[in-house]
Design a protein around this ligand. Structure first.
Ligand code: HEC
Ligand code: HEC
Length: 246
């Protein structure tokens, strides 16, 4: 950025300005130089936020693609996630679910529990989507990306045991095919990373997620997580969910 500014100072266009002396803008004081350079640099940034059309904020998938630049450092170029940062794959999740979760992070229904290290990482990002329509635009963009099926990182799950608990409980909302159900607010689980599912189940069970009395769906899921007795039961159901991949 600094070197860009210096480039501006040396640029010859200043020499043609009325009344400019031989050295152009470079010989003027900083009071004149910086506002010109800053205005020139800021113009394209402003036009990202505001389109020409009546000054209304730009919306839709192109705006979403621009906004995704702020998500990239954690969720990755292809939105395939980054286990080291605890950021899950989000590519191809349904738009309604992405919007709902961004809304929860923004309102504090998710990500405010003191024990929620990853939620604390994500929450400011959701809150940075300040311009009306931005939550919808970034959700639309992420939903349009091809699903990346995450590879297995967990061992020791028994898919047969997991089938019993999945079929008895989870299937009601997440579907027999694990593809989720919008009417229930239940997201698809099939392509999600196993480490993230495990952590999500732990969080629901310990009320690090689904803690807010105004978050009916989060609370419902927190209740359901208590049907999984222990860590092994979670590994089992995750092993079963994996078998649902086509
Ligand atoms: C600083 C790192 C970081 C950045 C940047 C970031 N996220 Fe996240 N995001 C996370 C982490 C960590 C989680 C997991 C939270 C948890 O475990 O509950 C997460 C979770 C999510 C979830 C919930 C997924 C689910 O299955 O419930 C969505 C949706 C999401 N992020 C979207 C975004 C979008 C859109 C952006 C850009 C505007 C973004 N994130 C930027 C770290 C980040
Ligand atoms: C009564 C409906 C219902 C049942 C039954 C249910 N869930 Fe959920 N589940 C939900 C809802 C709703 C959400 C989204 C919660 C939110 O909005 O934060 C969810 C979220 C999840 C998540 C987090 C996904 C993500 O991307 O962050 C996981 C993992 C999960 N459920 C696993 C299970 C498992 C395993 C079972 C069976 C033991 C189960 N669910 C049973 C409704 C249900």
């Amino acid at each position: 950025m600094l070197s860009d500014l210096e480039g501006f100072h040396r640029h010859p266009f200043g020499a043609h300005a009325p009344g400019a002396d031989a050295g152009g803008l470079a010989t003027r004081g900083p009071l004149l130089r910086y506002p010109v350079a800053i205005a020139l640099l800021a113009a394209p940034l402003l036009s990202l936020a505001v389109s020409g059309c009546g000054g209304m904020p730009r919306q839709g998938i192109a705006r979403g693609a621009d906004l995704y630049d702020t998500c990239r450092p954690c969720h990755g170029d292809k939105a395939a996630g980054n286990p080291e940062l605890g950021a899950p794959p989000i590519a191809g999740l349904p738009r309604w679910y992405i919007e709902a979760q961004l809304g929860k992070f923004r309102s504090g229904q998710r990500g405010t529990s003191p024990a929620d290290v990853e939620g604390h990482r994500m929450r400011p990002m959701a809150r940075s989507l300040n311009i009306e329509g931005d939550v919808g635009s970034v959700a639309q963009y992420v939903a349009s990306l091809p699903v990346r099926t995450a590879s297995a990182t967990l061992q020791g799950g028994n898919a047969t045991a997991g089938a019993a608990s999945y079929g008895g409980v989870c299937t009601v909302c997440h579907g027999a095919d694990g593809m989720g159900n919008e009417a229930m607010g239940a997201p698809p689980l099939v392509h999600e990373s196993d480490w993230y599912i495990l952590r999500a189940l732990d969080k629901f069970k310990s009320h690090v997620r689904g803690y807010d009395s105004t978050d009916a769906q989060g609370q419902q899921m927190a209740t359901m997580s208590s049907t999984l007795q222990d860590h092994q039961a979670m590994l089992d159901v995750i092993a079963y969910i994996r078998t649902l991949r086509k």
